[in-house]
Design a protein. Structure first.
Lengths: 415, 318
């Protein structure tokens, strides 16, 4: 009995070792984002973009460190910070060293704290946090740490770019700010007020209000107020159904000035606006034009649409994460020592990615400095449109190396 | 001043839409005693069916066919679901309709996905009917008003002037007697359930293009229609109409005018605590009417339940 037990244990151990040896060829990246619940569509679309990027841009190009492949491992966090911490622990226990996450700054704040703690206590299996979409400025300011890297422009940088464009437009004399009643909506409003006051003190803020998030059935009364205020432009940080409802009501009400947004594209929104959004809807983001300048980016989008006909290649920063991580690992010569990889990643300038423009990972706060564009919603030929609708985004203005000198309060402790 | 007219029209549109949902629900409840939690889900089904059919036949085909399909589905649910559960009492019925609501939402997500679908208003109605002081009233809203008023008049006629209506009214109060007189009461129940859900379907078809067609649309409207029938009085068509319009106007006006609680409290003779951000009453003092617009109907419901439990036009207590 005892012998068989020992034998069994030994066999199990051998199996385990062989199993881990078989997987040692792959560098695993944990994708912790919502894959069920109301935000599942966004999370699933992001996962497809990561899997595709890892496959096309790294594995088919021969991998990193002479033949190791990237493997994306998905973890469903149900967009809850608590669940994310559990999934983070599972990922770490599986020996994963790279965490990517993007949806919700609340989750990102929880993860960055947990990862800093983990890395301090477990110097032998530290992990890196590659944040591709959570835009709370605090993550690269007060709450920054050595292990966190942000690949998206944060909310203040985007607002800085947006207000640059507004400031140049002499026709805009009155601005209406409206957003969802929670931290991000408030941050957008505060940033808009402070930047506009700085750049164009003559602009009058004729409305600054918050509405309940995800609860408004009909935005018509808000749209009436916008018209009644005689605003020339609207600024909103709304996303999802709130973005669509607000935008549609304002346009239907006869407003024809620009509506500056953060998230009025893809995930069904572009298709639903269709013709009505042309000339009015603007969006601030990083990334490429549609179609992109580089031939290989066009090829990449065609291939993606072939594999996922209903998907959108809506987050160009995802390929930046994958490509920059691959380069950092190659330069560091190791994927296991994340400190070496992080040292290569910080201060990296990267310009031969899919999209045009230069990327610079600022070492002070690990905020990626990149070109930020103001896009307009307009006709775009397939496959570069969104939602297969014939409509998409085209660049109207570009702020090169946006906010490269923006202040940061980050005081980073290095290992 | 002009804004008042605009808001009256907006509130009318919202109210009439609410009426089409609550009319069916109030009839179903008063007749069968079933609080149909899945009622708003039939509204969502109406919108999605309307969208799907509009891909082949255009909007108008959807407007005709989708409510019929929803109504048949509703009648089927009554015949093969609710009627079987009915013998076990009200709680199983509640649980059944609750489960049905969840099921419908999952099915909708399964078939059409979690994103908003691009269900738009028909091209013939894409123009501005008229505008008041720079605020345009889209032709589609005028169309919505006409459809809902027509449905209300039709319902009123059927219920009060026709034989079927008389049987329904009688079955509401004395189902046993009506049955003893030789009428098929279960068939009447099935018909009312089917017609009620078909009405919700109509509401879905015409509201989908303006309020958005997405899997959460039933949830957004789900609770407010119960509030409507409680305020209006259970089983009363007039009550449902008045309560819907009341809710439509209250919420629209509260959102359009930034009335501040601070002004009201000052007018009442309270003194504003300074500095306000240190005060325990900060949240109360800084509330504005748009922020609380959507809970005003619930407050109205509480008041109604306290002072007139049978609702505005109801004949029996809730």
């Amino acid at each position: 009995m005892r012998t068989s037990l020992r034998l069994g244990a030994a066999t199990a151990l051998t199996l385990l070792i062989t199993a881990s040896a078989a997987y040692a060829e792959n560098i695993k990246i944990a994708y912790i984002d919502p894959l069920s619940g109301p935000f599942a569509a966004t999370g699933t679309n992001g996962l497809h973009q990561y899997e595709f990027a890892a496959e096309k841009l790294v594995n088919e190009e021969g991998g990193v460190l002479g033949g190791m492949n990237f493997e994306i491992v998905a973890f469903d966090n149900k967009i809850s910070p608590k669940e994310s911490l559990i999934q983070l622990q599972v990922a770490i226990d599986q020996g994963i060293r790279y965490i990517v996450q993007g949806n919700s700054s609340g989750v990102a704040n929880a993860l960055t704290d947990a990862i800093e703690k983990h890395n301090r206590r477990n110097p032998d299996n530290r992990v890196l946090f590659l944040n591709y979409s959570a835009v709370d400025p605090a993550l690269t300011n007060d709450k920054c740490n050595f292990w966190h890297f942000r690949f998206d422009a944060h909310a203040d940088i985007k607002m800085d770019a947006l207000t640059d464009v507004i400031a140049e437009n002499e026709d805009i004399k009155k601005v209406y700010i409206i957003g969802q009643d929670y931290s991000f909506g408030k941050a957008v409003a505060a940033a808009a007020v402070s930047f506009l006051g700085e750049k164009r003190p003559d602009i009058e803020i004729v409305g600054n209000e918050l509405h309940p998030i995800g609860k408004v059935k009909d935005f018509t009364p808000y749209a009436r107020k916008v018209t009644a205020s005689e605003a020339d432009a609207v600024i909103t940080g709304n996303w999802g159904a709130d973005m669509l409802g607000l935008g549609k009501s304002i346009i239907e009400n006869g407003f024809d000035g620009p509506i500056y947004t953060y998230y009025a594209a893809a995930d069904g929104i572009t298709a639903a606006f269709g013709e009505s959004g042309k000339g009015t809807l603007k969006l601030v983001a990083e990334g490429g034009d549609n179609p992109p300048d580089k031939e290989k980016a066009q090829e990449y989008i065609r291939a993606f649409k072939e594999k996922y006909p209903d998907g959108n290649l809506s987050q160009s920063r995802i390929t930046n994460v994958v490509e920059m991580l691959a380069q950092a690992i190659n330069e560091a010569g190791t994927a296991d020592d994340v400190v070496a990889v992080a040292n290569k990643l910080e201060g990296m300038t990267f310009s031969d990615g899919l999209w045009s423009g230069e990327l610079y990972m600022r070492p002070q706060d690990h905020q990626l400095i990149q070109d930020v564009h103001i896009y307009g919603h307009t006709d775009v030929e397939a496959p570069f449109d969104f939602d297969n609708s014939g409509y998409g985004l085209k660049i109207e203005d570009t702020i090169t190396n946006a906010s490269a000198d923006i202040d940061t309060t980050c005081e980073m402790e290095r290992p | 001043m002009e804004l008042i007219f605009v808001n009256l029209i907006d509130g009318l549109v919202t109210g009439l839409l609410l009426f089409m949902l609550s009319a069916g629900l109030t009839l179903i409840f008063s007749m069968m005693g079933v609080l149909n939690f899945a009622h708003a889900s039939f509204y969502m089904l109406g919108a999605y069916f309307g969208y799907q059919i509009s891909l082949y036949t255009g909007f108008w085909g959807g407007l005709v066919l989708a409510p019929i399909i929803v109504g048949v589905a509703g009648a089927g649910v009554e015949r093969y679901g609710l009627r079987r559960v009915h013998q076990y009492g009200h709680v199983p019925e509640l649980i059944f309709t609750f489960g049905l609501a969840l099921l419908i939402e999952e099915i909708v997500q399964f078939i059409w996905g979690k994103n908003q679908v691009s269900y738009g208003i028909p091209e013939v109605l894409q123009f501005t009917a008229f505008s008041i002081a720079g605020n345009s009233i889209p032709a589609y809203k005028v169309f919505m008003i006409f459809i809902s008023v027509a449905i209300f008049l039709g319902l009123l006629y059927v219920l009060t002037r026709t034989r079927i209506g008389m049987i329904i009214q009688a079955a509401l109060s004395y189902p046993k007697t009506v049955e003893a007189l030789g009428h098929n009461v279960p068939l009447v129940f099935m018909g009312v359930f089917g017609a009620g859900t078909a009405l919700a379907g109509v509401a879905g078809v015409i509201a989908g293009p303006v309020l958005g067609t997405f899997p959460g649309m039933a949830f957004v409207l789900g609770s407010i229609i119960f509030v409507t029938i409680v305020i209006g009085g259970l089983g009363s068509l007039w009550g449902a109409l008045i309560a819907s319009l009341l809710i439509g106007w209250i919420t629209t006006f509260a959102k359009s005018y930034n009335l501040e609680m601070a002004d009201l409290l000052t007018a009442l003779g309270f003194e504003k605590p300074e500095p306000i951000w240190d005060s325990a009453w900060r949240d109360l003092w800084t509330v504005t009417s748009p922020q609380i617009a959507d809970i005003l109907p619930y407050m109205l419901m509480v008041l109604i339940l306290i002072f007139r439990p049978r609702g505005l036009f109801g004949k029996r207590d809730v």
